[in-house]
Write a protein that binds this ligand. Sequence first.
Ligand SMILES: Cc1ncc(COP(=O)(O)O)c(C=O)c1O
Length: 432
Amino acid sequence: MHVLKFIGSILIFQTWKLKLLLDKKLLNLVNLTLVLYYLLQGCYFMTKMKNAERLDNIAPSGIRKLFSRAQGIPGVISLGIGQPNIPTPKGLIDAVVKLIENGDNYYSPTPGTKKYRDAVAEQNKRWYNLDYDPDTQILATASGCEALFCSLMSFIDPGDEVLLPDPSFLTYPRQITLAGGKPVWMKPTDELKIDTSNMQDLVTDRTKAIILNFPSNPTGEIMTALELKPIIDLAVDNNLILLTDEVYERCIFTDDKHIRVPALDGAYERTLLLNSYSKTYCIPGWRIGYAAGPKEMIAQMIKMHSFIVANAPSAQQNALGEFINTKEADDFTNNLRDILKERMNKIVKGFNSIDGFSCRKPEGSFYAFPKVTFHKDYTTAVELSEKIFDKQKVVLVPGTEFGPSGEGYLRASFGSISMDQIDEIIQRLKNL
Ligand SMILES: Cc1ncc(COP(=O)(O)O)c(C=O)c1O
């Protein structure tokens, strides 16, 4: 932005000089040469300061845009950004404070601290009976986003195609593009799960990987083991990597247990599990996650990670290492799920009481994804989201932020709102 302003001011300055010369009738050949010289200088400056081409095809995150726009405006209720407002568990805070006070303020080993990787392996064994060798199969990352970026940068060559659900987390297509790859959308069913009927048609000789994310951001849908089977078979038959993002594993509203993709038949040896504790323990500001998978693949990611962030934050890793397998940790996530489920039931009921809105019950995550009927005042999800913000000061994200099939939908995060605010939001939407 600063660069753009700088370039803008140079151009204005050049134009102003030209005008001055013309006004004073000083524009003779010498001055004209001078003006041309300045303009060329400006152009040269612009070419040097222009952003890298890889950024040209990356649209900024609409969620972050809405987030900034809503800052400081009184009365705004935001259903925009996806973070829970439930206080971080005390045991986890106490652990990190103690660690920092005792001097745990330095770089950690590149793959992560032993305490953290041991604890992540133990949790995967405890929750899913899944074996990962902590010394070779787990990498501590600075957030789920970094785990994802590091995996794409490690395995995607320019021109490689990556299949991803439409709609899905807006970072996926952008990170694939940044890695030089090509995002290829997998069409949704009417229930917004992945339509597996004609998937082979999407595979070309450049297809390299498939991204999965259940419970899904933005739809809240979960695919069962049976529904996922054709996708795993497709990966096996075509020798594809599975990248499974399971950051909402503890936000599940059905009676079913979370499905860990690498625990499914045939998946383990080709799956990178990309995970984060941002949502699970309400620490999105801590930026801690992990990748787990076959040791040869994790070794490549460790190499890449060492040149992206070098290592994840040390004290946070160790605090999580001490905390995540305790009773307090499991009680916390059960309580988190109950709080979110109560909000979910209320907001879905509320949306379904508004004319023109219809909302399925999300099975997990903390997003509702109501379908809306347009009319002459708004014909796209973007227009409707803007109208709702301008008229009713409610932030809802247009579904198209998450993929072309998101047209006609809005995403509502109920991670950070109170039960009273839900009544208020529904009332405001009815007054639109
Ligand atoms: C599906 C999904 N994956 C990953 C992330 C990123 O998590 P983190 O905060 O660990 O970067 C998010 C955050 O909203 C998400 O919704």
